[in-house]
Design a protein around this ligand. Sequence first.
Ligand code: DGL
Length: 282
Amino acid sequence: MNIEIIHTPNPDARISVYDSGLGGLSILRELEQELPGERLYYFADNAHLPYGPRPLDEVRRFAIAIADQLLRLPSKAVVVACNTASAAALKPLRQTFPDIPFIGMEPAVKPAARDSRSGKVGVLATQATFQGELFESVMERFAHDVEVVRMPCPGLAEFIEMHPPDHPAMEPMVAKYVTPLVERGVDTLVLACTHYPLIKDVIAQVAGDGVAIVDPSPAIARRTRQVLEEGGLLASGGAGETTINVSGEAERFSRSASVHLGREVRAVSAPFLWVPVDGPAL
Ligand code: DGL
């Protein structure tokens, strides 16, 4: 059977937000603050977490398939609350679904370069985020007058996914990536993976007082409001609501999400019906 999908944004539709796991909650909680009257739908593709070590074209296939599923229920905008998926797929997503606004993550080198006094900026991200055009384009546009030190952080997003911020091994793991940057004279650290703001306090403590942390999450929420305003798509009133689905395990996800959102969260497992090209059926 062929299902015809009509992508028409309207103000009553939901805002869909997605990430590989918990990370996008750093964006979701800002969206809840900025847009309290909106219906938010969060999808965590935790069956495929981590995205960071995967080839970009695999993450791109996931992204297109997820957007296709998300848009089967009316969505007026999609927030790609994942730097890795944005690096892999933002352009193709916009080409594939031209009628829907996509808000994506771009490493916040611009404000970091503007505010750094030492002229040395560190960027923390997954391995995949540093590959591909998006990061290169950010460098070309914003990194003229500063030295940008790239620090891929293999394993950090998974560790944040599996453990609470106060886990005894969290600080040593963060130090492995942050301390070499501080030793190189970096005075500004860009959090370019949405998982990292969930442990911002640990990162700030390891980095020390002289280092500013750039967390783009509030700016993404403001950008989302702006996009909706420009499209005449803001909800007209009433109470907002948030629904959370995951493609994999839901119980531990719900417990961790409750910690990060500061309220009781119940995520429901909603495996997609699509079969990833390189993986088993979900
Ligand atoms: N939260 C994701 C990001 O912003 C990726 C984490 C992962 O799955 O590797 O890059």
